[in-house]
Design a protein around this ligand. Structure first.
Ligand SMILES: C[S@@+](CC[C@H](N)C(=O)[O-])C[C@H]1O[C@@H](n2cnc3c(N)ncnc32)[C@H](O)[C@@H]1O
Length: 343
């Protein structure tokens, strides 16, 4: 069969270059993160030769990486191949609140090969990450604790982009007992307890994660914040008046989500609320860019999950017996709060 062809317009061939540029730049960002370039620049601008010496790198090769990054505003180049830290580059510093460094390393290390195998996922309906690594993501993090710990730090860093919006747009103060399901290293719970001094909280996650979380609870919150270990497919702490789940539901298939939500339903007293904090794809966004449509590719490559529209979330709630109350916007495309209730 001969297929009809449409003429190619060169400007669109060039536009493909821009798309691929995302991959090349992401490679440069990974190198900058691995070489701790932002930390090296934190105490002042440096020539490429000093930077190369400090990072044990080849000066000419490092210059090309730094020039590419500065061309899009990550770091700033001045005369004599000198580089300075700017706000964009500062997001790659090590161990500072809100850093993107650990998330960059997650996406560019263990996740990255899965993006090259999306066709495998599309044609088999299976998960590229599992195919490449031989085990599912959450088991992988248990098997390689250091990589798992970096993932946890990555989540904590990315949380910095949304916690202010969550705290400003949702009133946590009426709740006495709050459980954060899949709460990771606990950064959202600490933010909640800081704005709701009358509340106590439990961070619930799997054992490998909670071991680290236990060390991270701030001294001034220790009396009001505890941890609990378990799987949300089996049981979650009972009797709280508020349950939260940030970046949990999008990790799982519809059937798995219904199972998790039913477990929550069982643990919730009547009148208790559950907040699903996830990206919501707008129903009317045909052909429009939205961060959730890209995050969805992370789910396709690495997990059974997917990003959803509000109507799709409502189907999950209905199947689990929970009532949808309202959608709360928090000022970023990457997350909204879906408030639901056990009636
Ligand atoms: C994408 S991370 C989100 C972490 C945190 N809520 C946040 O927003 O930064 C998903 C979390 O779910 C946890 N998790 C995965 N499977 C779980 C299970 N079966 N039971 C409890 N937690 C689980 C992971 O350990 C991880 O901390």
């Amino acid at each position: 069969m001969t297929m009809k062809k449409q003429p190619v317009k060169p400007e669109f061939t060039l536009k493909m270059f821009e798309v691929l540029g995302g991959v090349w730049l992401a490679g440069c960002v990974k190198t900058a993160a691995e070489l701790n370039i932002a930390d090296h620049l934190a105490d002042g601008s440096k020539t490429i030769s000093s930077l190369a010496k400090e990072t044990h790198s080849n000066e000419k090769a490092l210059y090309r990486i730094m020039r590419a990054l500065s061309s899009v505003g990550i770091f700033e180049e001045s005369e004599n191949q000198t580089f300075a830290l700017n706000d964009f580059g500062a997001a790659l510093q090590t161990d500072v609140p809100g850093t993107a460094k650990n998330f960059v390393l997650t996406i560019m290390n263990e996740h990255f090969p899965a993006y090259g195998e999306l066709t495998y996922g599309v044609q088999t309906g299976k998960i590229p990450f599992d195919h490449i690594h031989g085990l599912p993501l959450w088991d992988y993090y248990k098997q390689y604790p250091e990589i798992g710990e970096n993932f946890g730090k990555g989540m904590t860093g990315m949380s910095g982009t949304e916690l202010k919006g969550i705290m400003e747009n949702y009133d946590f103060s009426p709740y006495k007992k709050i459980v954060d399901i899949g709460g990771g290293n606990g950064v959202m719970m600490y933010a909640i307890l800081n704005v709701a001094p009358g509340s106590s909280g439990i961070i619930f996650d799997e054992e490998n994660v909670i071991q680290k979380t236990t060390e991270l609870i701030p001294q001034d919150l220790k009396e009001r914040c505890s941890v609990a270990i378990g799987s949300f497919f089996e049981k979650v702490p009972e009797g709280a008046d508020l349950y939260t789940m940030k970046w949990i539901i999008h990790d799982w298939s519809d059937d798995e989500c219904v199972q998790i939500l039913k477990v929550c339903y069982e643990a919730m007293p009547k009148g208790a609320k559950l907040l699903i904090i996830d990206a919501v794809i707008p129903d009317d966004s045909l052909n429009q860019p939205h961060i959730a449509k890209l995050l969805d590719i992370v789910m396709l490559a690495c997990l059974t999950g997917r990003e959803r529209t509000l109507s799709e979330f409502k189907v999950l709630l209905e199947k689990s017996g929970l009532q949808f109350n309202r959608l709360v916007q928090i000022g970023t495309e990457a997350k909204s709060i879906i408030e639901c209730e056990k009636i």
